[in-house]
Design a protein around this ligand. Structure first.
Ligand code: BDR
Ligand code: CA
Length: 315
């Protein structure tokens, strides 16, 4: 079983990522850490616990993380996940407490207790992970890998067509805290960045048969997903929006779902037209060698991804 920490900002798709991570027999979810992102930190750390309680897994620690980006103010998300941040599923308030340790210390302590064994799955701005690396730089050599929903690389039309940040070519998680992303991208830790190129394929859609299976299921998480799809469709968006972050968990389970390539990538941290852009250097000459090399997702097997997702939700 692969040990993971899920650092997230639930968010309906982060909530579905928690569902997958908890239910996969291939993963051991060591902790959920939350951060400001889709919603303020007070909402994201409640939603993470609501989701774990929905799954009957109040034993998994939840660490509360940063309430704002490392150096910037909190930007406003132009996309809504509803009044509760969970597609208006309005789950019961959580009973389980937050962990005594905050998100940053949970990450540091779990990584140190399991050197070389922990994969960080990041589905949110990278503020917690960057701060953990600043506070305890020695963990950088102990993290097995980081798999992140991060960036928009322009490798296909979906990347920029579905840009989620507030510039035409930025992805939300990088856009919110570009300085944190810059630290993590440059940390030397193996990073797989699954950008909007693979995480917001329109092909990730649910057919009538999938919807029927969700409707007929007695699982609360199936009802949660169905409500999220209806909520999203009702606002004129496609259903893939409900499961964007699931691609990172799916990749942690089965890396063959996504084709990747190594490339030099830089993060734009200057304000303006391209703030938060993940600039990929694919030139065959004069390459900016000082930019870190990152494994970037270029295409995904959406059929197999959805199959895995449905299997885990329904089981
Ligand atoms: C990312 O932004 C958030 O809205 C989603 O939860 C996802 O992590 C996609 O850009
Ligand atoms: Ca997210």
């Amino acid at each position: 079983m692969k040990k993971i920490i899920l650092d997230c900002d639930p968010g309906m798709d982060d909530s579905m990522a928690i569902v997958m991570a908890v239910k996969s027999p291939d993963l051991k979810l060591m902790a959920v850490t939350t951060v400001n992102g889709n919603y303020p930190i007070e909402v994201t750390c409640v939603n993470a616990r609501k989701t774990l309680e929905l799954l009957g897994r109040a034993d998994i620690p939840v660490g509360k993380g940063l309430g704002k980006p490392l150096v910037r103010d909190v930007p406003k998300d132009p996309f809504t996940h509803g009044r509760d941040g969970q597609a208006e599923n309005f789950l019961p308030d959580p009973i389980m407490p937050l962990d005594k340790k905050d998100a940053v210390d949970l990450i540091i302590d779990i990584v140190k207790a399991n050197p070389g064994e922990v994969t960080l799955v990041s589905t949110a701005p990278m503020s917690n992970i960057a701060l953990a690396m600043i506070k305890a730089p020695e963990i950088k050599e102990m993290i097995q890998e980081i798999v992140a929903i991060s960036g928009a690389f322009g490798l296909n039309k979906y990347a920029f067509l579905n840009a989620t940040g507030d510039t035409p070519q930025s992805e939300w998680n990088v856009y919110v805290d570009p300085e944190a992303a810059d630290i993590v991208y440059n940390s030397g830790v193996k990073l797989t960045a699954l950008g909007l190129d693979v995480a917001t394929y329109f092909d990730v859609n649910f057919n009538d048969d999938d919807l029927k299976k969700l409707e007929e299921s007695h699982k609360k998480e199936a009802a949660f997903l169905l409500q999220a799809i209806r909520f999203t469709n009702g606002r004129g968006f496609d259903a893939y929006c409900t499961v964007i972050d699931c691609m990172a968990v799916a990749y942690a389970i089965d890396a063959s779902l996504v084709e990747t390539m190594d490339a030099h990538v830089g993060i734009e941290t200057k304000d303006g037209l391209t703030l938060g852009m993940t600039v990929i250097d694919r030139r065959h000459h004069h390459v900016w060698e000082d930019l870190p090399v990152v494994s970037v997702g270029c295409s995904a097997d959406c059929g197999r991804f959805l199959q895995l997702l449905m299997e885990l939700v329904l089981k």
